[in-house]
Design a protein around this ligand. Sequence first.
Ligand SMILES: NC(=O)c1ccc[n+]([C@@H]2O[C@H](COP(=O)([O-])OP(=O)(O)OC[C@H]3O[C@@H](n4cnc5c(N)ncnc54)[C@H](O)[C@@H]3O)[C@@H](O)[C@H]2O)c1
Length: 243
Amino acid sequence: MSSLGVALVTGASKGIGRAISLRLAKDGFDIGMNDLPAARAQLDSLRKEIMGKGRKACIAVGDVSRQENVEEMVSTVVKDLGQLNVMVANAGLCRAHQITETDVEEWDQLFSVNGRGVFLCYKYAALQMIKQGHGGRIIGASSVAGRRGEAGIAAYSATKFAVRGLTQAAAQEWGRYGITVNAYCPGIIQTDMLDDFSGGAEKRSKVLSQLEESCAVGYHATPAEVASVVSYLASKEAHFITA
Ligand SMILES: NC(=O)c1ccc[n+]([C@@H]2O[C@H](COP(=O)([O-])OP(=O)(O)OC[C@H]3O[C@@H](n4cnc5c(N)ncnc54)[C@H](O)[C@@H]3O)[C@@H](O)[C@H]2O)c1
């Protein structure tokens, strides 16, 4: 089966990143998978699943908030799979505290992963894509909380606004190279992140059912719904869609 190219997905071991990796593999991309070293076993099992679909896959563990890790992640994927055509800067963290309860360490931790991590992934993906000269697709994880500030998750909200600002600027800078840059902004998606959002696993189902009432369609989505949007943004047809 011929390949559509190579996609690199960060935070790929579970949740939305895992669903995006599987969906892009189904679409015909070979997949580079990143997550923290602690998620190695889940990445190994995802790699087997993707290779079982007849696609190539490689693992590049590393912390996206660290410049040397991101540089190495991109070069590992290019070395193992030959090129980089799609970057999905998905890895992220959520912490739920009122602003008066948020300390500087928590603020900095959220910005280092959700802000600096996305910036580094965009930067090194773009440098590689410009060098290759065939354009590309860069896609980042924002959130509905990056469109309207949410009480109780202010620092997280601020990081997701940052992703939109970065994405819009990057789209302007790299459009001339045939690189589109977009961000997905999901509402509540059923993943482990909801434990952080709800203030613990035991509170998750109660918080979710309360929030369902304010959701226009009356239910929460699964990672597959986000993956289908990313699938479209990564496709050739989406060449005119850029933030
Ligand atoms: N779940 C939701 O409701 C929701 C809604 C809107 C946006 N998002 C965003 O979607 C993205 C994925 O969220 P999810 O719900 O799948 O979360 P998740 O917690 O299930 O998965 C996040 C993944 O990112 C990885 N990760 C965290 N820090 C990392 C780092 N420094 N380097 C590399 N990997 C790291 C984690 O190990 C984990 O595998 C996040 O950016 C999140 O903010 C989620």
